[in-house]
Design a protein around this ligand. Structure first.
Ligand SMILES: C[S@@+](CC[C@H](N)C(=O)[O-])C[C@H]1O[C@@H](n2cnc3c(N)ncnc32)[C@H](O)[C@@H]1O
Length: 302
């Protein structure tokens, strides 16, 4: 298992756009879901855990909202922390397909008992959450803002549904800080020409990690004293992590015919895609291969 600056880490690759401008989360390949579903509160929300415990000790029946939960591994992990004492997690996502998947694997894969009311799932857009003001003790999102325009408005909406004294927590990758070894030309091309360029082209952010604080300030009216910010890092160094990451990248960006067609429209040739695929395979199999990416984090008190 690879390490981040806080804890054990086994994180996932973020998919690039499938249609040049928009990710179709319903059709992500199995390998990508497999990567996402290694995420837990303990490897992806370490910066939040002390605050979570503090809130839980004051209010065992605390309510947590996870926005853009995807197939729910982090949400389920929160549920296992707060559920047994009477807390509840509401996991929302715009995509019904990922929520169906989350519901199916909740008990068998994540170990959340089916007969307990620790977690519920709902379709909702982070821009317009279907909850009253002041509802949740903690409102969390992980790797969601980067895929949206108007990121600060989502944070403002998260603040709206947080209780006074509650907390909004967000963690976002900073794609431009991705570094890897060895510097294989196919990987450099993948990073610069495909990943970063395509994400920018669909209007999303490739520097969310470093921008997060500025979005948070815009969302809370500029009250810096209410925000704590930190950075950690994704780290893929161990063979199993490298295998997951490389397969995820190949599957999501270089295998699906629709994605490949979109890549070609963006000016990437078949030969370049072959070079990228070969580079990921070489990177996956080399003992000296490493990859890391900076992650921005904020905790914002309401
Ligand atoms: C990269 S996945 C992250 C999933 C999960 N949070 C994790 O870290 O594994 C992004 C998820 O956010 C969802 N999403 C993107 N924009 C959203 C929005 N505006 N409102 C709700 N969900 C959104 C997508 O449908 C997708 O499931």
């Amino acid at each position: 298992m690879s390490q981040d600056t806080h804890s054990n880490q086994n994180q996932g690759s973020e998919p690039v756009a499938s249609e040049g401008h928009k990710v179709n989360w319903s059709t992500l390949p199995e390998d990508v879901f497999r990567v996402f579903e290694t995420r837990t509160a303990h490897n992806s929300a370490v910066y939040l855990l002390p605050t979570l415990q503090e809130i839980q000790s004051r209010n065992p029946q605390m309510k947590l909202l996870d926005v853009g939960s995807g197939s729910g591994s982090i949400s389920a992990s929160f549920a296992k922390i707060i559920g047994p004492a009477g807390g509840h997690v509401t996991a929302v996502d715009v995509n019904p397909v990922v929520l169906e998947r989350a519901t199916k694997i909740l008990s068998d894969k994540y170990g959340v008992p089916a007969d307990r009311d620790w977690i519920s799932f709902e379709i909702a857009d982070g821009h317009k959450l279907p909850f009253e003001d002041d509802t949740f003790d903690v409102v969390h999102c992980h790797q969601v803002l980067a895929h949206n325009k108007g990121q600060w408005e989502i944070l403002r909406e998260m603040l709206r549904v947080a209780k006074p004294g509650g907390v909004v927590a967000a963690r976002e990758g900073d794609m431009e800080t991705e570094v890897f070894w060895p510097p294989l030309p196919g990987l450099l091309k993948f990073h610069n020409d495909l990943e970063v360029r395509v994400i920018r082209a669909r209007g999303a952010s490739t520097s969310s990690g470093r921008e997060l604080l500025s979005w948070a300030l815009k969302a809370n009216g500029g009250n810096r004293s209410k925000i704590v910010t930190s950075f950690s890092a994704w780290s893929y160094t161990e063979p199993e992590d490298r295998k997951l990451w490389a397969q995820g990248m190949i599957e999501v960006a270089l295998s699906n015919p629709i994605v490949c067609e979109s890549n070609i429209k963006s000016g990437i040739t078949e030969a370049e895609m072959d070079e990228m695929r070969d580079a990921w395979i070489e990177w996956r199999d080399r003992d000296d291969a490493t990859l890391s990416m900076v992650q921005g984090e904020i905790l914002m008190r309401k």
